[in-house]
Ligand binder design. Structure first.
Ligand SMILES: [Zn+2]
Length: 410
């Protein structure tokens, strides 16, 4: 696929490097503090109510928070879109939903390769070919689940990566089988990476209840025991006490007041982000009362950590062939997709200038012949990085170039 398309050294996801927030960045081109899907969990600090990843998919006003995902924007500009299992699919945005969708049932097994193949066939055959859709996003939940359970360097994880690799082949084969390959652009990337959780007697774990002076009685609401991050809302008048108690309490624990979060993380300026943010160095988890987290692999770490950076591949008539490009942030995938679909993007934090060189031409996208004329090769990647990043795939999305036929913009 790299020989026939574009390969990036790696891409940088937004912080916080977890599923729903990073996917919504792919769909909107906005940093997490700007699109507001700040965590996989939905929560209400007044009622103490929480919803885990799956149930949070159905809370419309959590997702419909001012930023429109690309499906809705494309539909408003006359295109037809679909989405299969992609985070954010179940929600309604400004009274609109993605036109064709498949949302997984509760307790769905995201790891069944037979299901993956059936889903690819559904997207290619029923959606693109029969229903003439212009854009589809498609999500596969591996090797995320296996990486959590067994760790990123495990044989189980390698098997899951091979399953993803076979599926990428199946996607491309299906595009040919349904006679779509000449006018289908395919982008495959992931939402985040995976790091090995450090364990054993030499590792000083982060357990908030063991920090001298820290008391849960000072806290009104806390989101903790969720990988390497915790969000805290202290009770009134307790912010300074809680902050000063935690700051410097553990060498691998970073403690920030919301307004002091490093600007490069873009995880500060949203009312849903709680007043104190804790994050741990790569490999460390943040526990509340007891060390209850058993995963051997985890994500959610600083997006500068190389283990958090996913791969990026793109192939199709509008992409260069055999082109290796340097890293870029995933906020820039959205303007690239809008350009290829021929739609006007919403306000976003990315820029087409960052990814324009991936394309065969920045002008006329409707002449597939041009794709055979360009085959620049730019070597920027180091193989070790690419391998490390590639094994962290958990998402695929596919999308289709806009067709040459004119469409109504009404
Ligand atoms: Zn995960």
């Amino acid at each position: 696929m790299a020989e026939e398309g574009v390969k990036a050294t790696y891409v940088t996801p937004p912080y916080l490097t977890i599923t729903s927030p990073t996917h919504f960045t792919l769909l909107t081109g906005r940093y997490i503090e700007n699109h507001g899907v700040i965590h996989n969990m939905w929560f209400n600090t007044t009622t103490q109510e929480r919803k885990q990843y799956y149930m949070a998919q159905f809370v419309d006003d959590y997702w419909d928070n001012g930023s429109l995902p690309i499906w809705i924007t494309a539909q408003r500009q006359g295109l037809k879109t679909g989405s299969l299992h992609f985070p954010g699919t179940a929600a309604t945005y400004q009274k609109e939903r993605v036109q064709v969708s498949m949302v997984e049932p509760p307790f769905y097994n995201y790891s069944n390769e037979t299901d993956w193949r059936q889903n690819v066939d559904k997207v290619m055959g029923a959606w693109f070919k029969a229903q003439d859709l212009d854009f589809v996003s498609l999500y596969f939940g591996e090797p995320d689940a296996t990486g959590h359970k067994y760790g990123p360097d495990s044989p189980e994880r390698r098997n899951a990566v091979q399953m993803v690799d076979r599926t990428v082949g199946f996607i491309r084969e299906a595009a040919k089988r349904y006679d779509l390959a000449d006018h289908l652009n395919i982008i495959i990337t992931a939402d985040h990476g995976m790091a090995t959780v450090l364990k054993g007697p030499g590792v000083k774990q982060i357990i908030l209840s063991k920090i001298p002076g820290f008391s849960f009685k000072d806290i009104k609401f806390i989101l903790v025991d969720y990988g390497p991050t915790a969000l805290l809302l202290p009770k009134e008048g307790m912010l300074e006490k809680v902050y000063n108690t935690l700051k410097g309490a553990h060498p691998n624990l970073h403690v920030y007041k919301k307004e002091d979060m490093p600007a490069r993380l873009h995880y500060s300026n949203h009312p849903r982000i709680l007043p104190i943010i804790l994050y741990a160095d790569s490999g460390y988890l943040i526990n509340g009362l007891l060390p209850v987290q058993n995963n051997k692999g985890e994500h959610g770490f600083d997006n500068q950590a190389l283990e958090m950076k996913p791969f990026f591949r793109a192939v199709g008539p509008d992409f260069q062939k055999n082109l290796l490009v340097g890293p870029f942030e995933t906020v820039n995938v959205y303007p690239l997709m809008c350009h290829l679909l021929g739609i006007k993007p919403e306000i976003n934090d990315g820029s087409l200038d960052i990814t324009r060189h991936l394309l065969v031409t920045s002008g006329n996208l409707c002449n597939p012949k041009e794709s055979y004329d360009m085959s620049l090769v730019i070597g920027l990647a180091t193989v070790g990085v690419l391998v490390a990043v590639f094994v962290t795939v958990s998402t695929c999305h596919i999308y289709r170039r806009h067709k040459a036929k004119p469409r109504s913009k009404q």
